[in-house]
Write a new protein. Structure first.
Length: 77
């Protein structure tokens, strides 16, 4: 949404409440939600249908999740 020139101009010219009531703002929000949904849907479909993609994601998340728990354990001592 921050990449929108229209929204940038409207934010510069209006107060927050007026900006939030703009049909352009609401439309950009809806577009962003739909785009995120479609991107996540596509990624989920690839992960579930392609073994090599699933294995790569599991390996990446293993490091992140395990590391996060270890960091949490160390900070509680």
């Amino acid at each position: 949404m921050l990449e929108s020139d229209i929204l940038a101009r409207q934010a510069a010219a209006n107060q927050k409440e007026q900006f939030g009531d703009s049909p352009d703002f609401v439309g950009a929000f809806e577009d962003a939600v739909l785009s995120a949904y479609q991107n996540h849907k596509n990624m989920s479909e690839q992960v579930m249908s392609k073994t090599h993609v699933k294995k790569a994601m599991v390996a990446m998340l293993l490091d992140l999740v395990y590391g996060g728990f270890k960091d949490r354990q160390q900070s509680t001592y």
